[in-house]
Ligand binder design. Structure first.
Ligand SMILES: Nc1nc2c(ncn2[C@@H]2O[C@H](COP(=O)(O)OP(=O)(O)OP(=O)(O)O)[C@@H](O)[C@H]2O)c(=O)[nH]1
Ligand SMILES: [Mg+2]
Length: 421
């Protein structure tokens, strides 16, 4: 049992399920992890079995009274509902359960993101998503808004329609302003990306459910370049901003590796929309490494959510390599059929993974033997600098070498090719 620290708000989780399925139990467990990732102290959870959530109050009337009494008795600060509440559900619940903050899964995820966002881009994306989420909810609770740095005039409750309208205008103007700022940043990123495209740099992106070990894997692939390492933490959404690092995966074979935000079930669609620009890196990658936590009992669920999220951001036919991580801890789940089994923590399987990445990224590369006349020394120089090249012999008629180059380069120098290996 985790001790509550004095500063942690006390929360109650509430969920509605048709049947007590494993999926539902898992969703509630995950909601608990999300709440803890937002530094809440979870006191308990109340669940209701019902055909569907109540249109007006999410849970039934009787259950709501039970919740109210529980909150009073246990001095609960916030209730977190497992699904996204409609604005009217929130208002109706607030009428019964007063003095307790009403949150839903979406609000919680937005708050975690707000807490973690560090770069200007991530902050703007989260602020836009939060304001878009709040907009149809104006007139209800304003606390969440003021938490997001909204105008203090929005904090007061009530007011006539005019007040509501003016509040709405303020928020809309704010969203528009943040969007403009974000657009500028996105353009800068696009310029960088098109430069990369021109230079024909290969790109690989790490994708997968949150907390599966993407950032740890990035660090493992970076090896001794400790100053390039990224942040790793045993909590949901440790990574929010995309990080790009250059790595040498084989001799003279480089790629840019991108670490991204982890996915989660019911990632608010506002957030996916907002993060689309960050996730462009994923969309445009030459290869995706789908990192899977092999110790999790929910592998299939994680995989499904990841693939659905990829689809939602517009990834279509990018090759995906499944990478089963944490095999140092998974005895039962680890089996030979897992194509790439690794432990980002111990380094097990990393070399094999690098080879596989190289094979997939550099599939247009072949090994050739070239005989280059001495007066074309600049070609020898270029090949040695940019590609894996081995000088075999300094012959009378030129330099004989072996090199691994893409077909475009081979075509250019085909008159010097003596052998395809
Ligand atoms: N046992 C074990 N733990 C690992 C391994 N790789 C990562 N972890 C742990 O898993 C937790 C999450 O690792 P991260 O690298 O932050 O995961 P992530 O996928 O980047 O997570 P988000 O950024 O939150 O989406 C940390 O506590 C890591 O130490 C592994 O190979 N074996
Ligand atoms: Mg991470």
């Amino acid at each position: 049992m985790i001790e509550q620290t004095t500063v942690q708000p006390k929360v109650l989780l509430v969920g509605v399920s048709e049947k007590k399925t494993n999926d539902f139990e898992y969703a509630m467990d995950e909601l608990k992890s999300l709440a803890e990732a937002n530094m809440f102290f979870v006191v308990d959870s109340i669940q209701q079995n019902s055909e569907s959530a109540d249109r007006k109050t999410y849970v039934g009337k009787g259950k709501l009274i039970e919740i109210k009494e529980f909150c009073e008795y246990n001095e609960i600060d916030s209730i977190i509902f497992n699904d996204e509440l409609t604005p009217s559900q929130t208002r109706n619940i607030e009428e019964v359960v007063n003095d307790v903050e009403i949150m839903d899964r979406t609000r919680l995820i937005l708050d975690i993101f707000a807490r973690r966002a560090q770069t200007k881009e991530a902050k703007l994306q989260v602020m836009i998503s939060s304001l878009e989420y709040e907009l149809p909810r104006l007139g209800g609770s304003y606390e969440a808004l003021s938490r997001q740095g909204g105008s203090s005039t929005l904090r007061s409750r009530g007011g006539g329609e005019t007040k509501l309208e003016s509040d709405r205008r303020v928020i809309e103007a704010q969203i528009a302003k943040y969007r403009r700022e974000l657009k500028k940043l996105v353009q800068e990123r696009q310029t960088q990306r098109s430069k990369r495209k021109k230079s024909n740099t290969k790109t690989v992106a790490l994708v997968g459910y949150t907390n599966v070990g993407k950032s740890t894997l990035m660090n493992a692939l970076l090896e001794e370049d400790s100053d390039k390492k990224v942040y790793v933490e045993d909590m949901l959404f440790a990574t929010l901003q995309t990080r790009v690092r250059r790595i040498e995966i084989a001799d003279k074979k480089w790629c840019l590796l991108t670490d991204t935000v982890g996915f989660v079930d019911n990632l608010p669609h506002h957030l996916i929309k907002a993060f689309r620009s960050t996730l462009e890196e994923v969309k445009e990658a030459d290869l995706l490494l789908h990192v899977i936590d092999s110790t999790s009992p929910h592998i299939n669920h994680h995989k499904r959510v990841t693939l659905q999220t990829l689809q939602a951001i517009g990834v279509e036919d990018t090759p995906i390599l499944e990478v089963y991580n944490k095999v140092d801890e998974s005895n039962e789940n680890y089996d030979e059929s897992m194509k790439i089994a690794i432990s980002a923590k111990t380094g097990y399987g990393i070399e094999r993974l690098k080879k596989e990445i190289t094979k997939l990224l550099y599939k247009d590369y072949n090994d050739y033997q070239l005989l280059i006349p001495y007066e074309m020394g600049n070609i020898v120089h270029m090949l040695s600098e940019q590609y894996e090249t081995k000088i075999l012999e300094n012959r009378e008629d030129g330099i004989l070498l072996e090199t691994s180059i893409p077909s475009t380069v081979a075509n250019k120098y085909k008159i010097y090719i003596t052998k395809t290996i």
